[in-house]
Design a protein around this ligand. Structure first.
Ligand SMILES: NC(=O)c1ccc[n+]([C@@H]2O[C@H](COP(=O)([O-])OP(=O)(O)OC[C@H]3O[C@@H](n4cnc5c(N)ncnc54)[C@H](OP(=O)(O)O)[C@@H]3O)[C@@H](O)[C@H]2O)c1
Length: 332
């Protein structure tokens, strides 16, 4: 099994490690935190007696048995963590969105081209979800796409703290936060994966006083149709996502975490295509990515890296169209 080390100790790291344990896909052998006690607490909590806790990044990256680094730090720190991992000869799984600027993607891309033995994969978990993949197969079978409405909007558990005057990373321009760079990423991935890179795009954002987007509407324009994206973190939506092909409609209850997929032929007639999914939302992703490492699936690594580049470019274009500025813009 491939040895993985993690960066960050928030809930998503815990879920990732639990998925590794449940699927027996990766061995989690090293955990890094700025506070060693937090890494050790995760080791104890998840019964990983063989794993090592670190609070020194250099010692973490130079651990001889470490092969792949899972980066789950705040968005604006991804680039530095990915770069350091690669420079220590480790491949990377980096949480979405992988990068804050195009320059960051391009620099890592150049490094990967010079070091073809190393890989970086962006952890866009829904791409590996069986309901997403079922929907994808149907999208590809539709004879003509005439439009789509894609939605993902959830009230963030950190929004109350933000409103109370605290500064959670996910609502901070310093850490490349905001709705587009969090839930918007899932919709952009689906749009680019299923319909390709749009001809033009625009984002109409509702912003907080610090300039970050709380929710918004984006339009992706393709030669023969448009895709509407609705996403946000300061309010709750129960809207489904739909892909249109004249009379037929492909329907997903929740594109970020799909549990139901239907193909409608008419308002009362539909095929239920829903698949059962694991309780841990990262299990399918962890399984798929671990197989890519074990079987050296170079074509898949290349495919997902190119897709990540297209999505990260589109993120920057949409952000620019809404006038959202990150601290990372000044450094790159
Ligand atoms: N795939 C998914 O379903 C999913 C779900 C949630 C989040 N995410 C992604 O996961 C990443 C982390 O998100 P999150 O909400 O968990 O972020 P977060 O809580 O703000 O930070 C994650 C971890 O980074 C470290 N950290 C926090 N602030 C830091 C700072 N100022 N400097 C250095 N390290 C810092 C902390 O670990 P230590 O204190 O241990 O150092 C923390 O546990 C994001 O990219 C997000 O988009 C993905």
């Amino acid at each position: 099994m491939t040895n993985v080390g993690t960066i960050g100790t928030s809930q998503i790291t815990k879920t990732f490690v639990e998925a590794c344990i449940a699927s027996r896909a990766f061995t989690v052998s090293h955990l890094y935190s700025r506070d060693k006690a937090k890494a050790q607490a995760l080791i104890d909590d998840l019964f990983l007696p063989e794993a090592t806790a670190h609070d020194d990044l250099e010692a973490f990256f130079t651990a001889p048995d470490l092969e792949v680094v899972y980066v789950a730090s705040p968005n604006s720190l991804h680039f530095a963590h990915v770069k350091a991992a690669l420079e220590h000869g480790k491949s990377v799984i980096v949480e979405k969105p992988a990068f804050a600027t195009i320059a960051e993607y391009d620099e890592i891309d150049a490094y990967l081209q010079a070091h073809p033995d190393l890989h970086v994969i962006e952890a866009a978990r829904h791409l590996f979800d069986s309901n997403y993949l079922t929907a994808q197969e149907k999208v590809r079978q539709l004879t003509e796409i005439t439009g789509a409405t894609l939605t993902y909007m959830k009230y963030s558990s950190r929004f109350d703290a933000f409103q109370a005057g605290q500064n959670p990373n996910i609502f901070s321009p310093k850490f490349a936060g905001g709705a587009l760079y969090d839930l918007g990423v899932y919709l952009l991935y689906a749009a680019v994966d299923w319909f390709g890179v749009p001809e033009s795009s625009a984002y109409y954002a509702t912003k907080a006083d610090n300039g970050i987007d709380l929710h918004g509407l984006a339009r992706l324009h393709y030669p023969k149709f448009d895709v509407a994206l609705i996403f946000g973190k300061d309010q709750q939506s129960f809207l489904a996502s739909e892909i249109y092909s004249h009379r037929k409609t492909l329907w997903l209850d929740n594109l970020g975490e799909p549990t139901q997929v239907r193909l409608y032929d008419s308002p009362a007639v539909y095929q239920d295509l829903s698949q059962h999914t694991a309780e841990n939302s990262l299990v399918e992703e962890v399984n798929a990515i671990s197989l890519m490492f074990t079987n050296r699936e170079e074509d898949k690594f290349k495919h997902y890296w190119q897709l990540a580049g297209q999505v990260n470019r589109l993120l920057v274009e949409l952000r620019a169209s809404a006038g959202i500025v990150f601290e990372s813009d000044q450094t790159k």
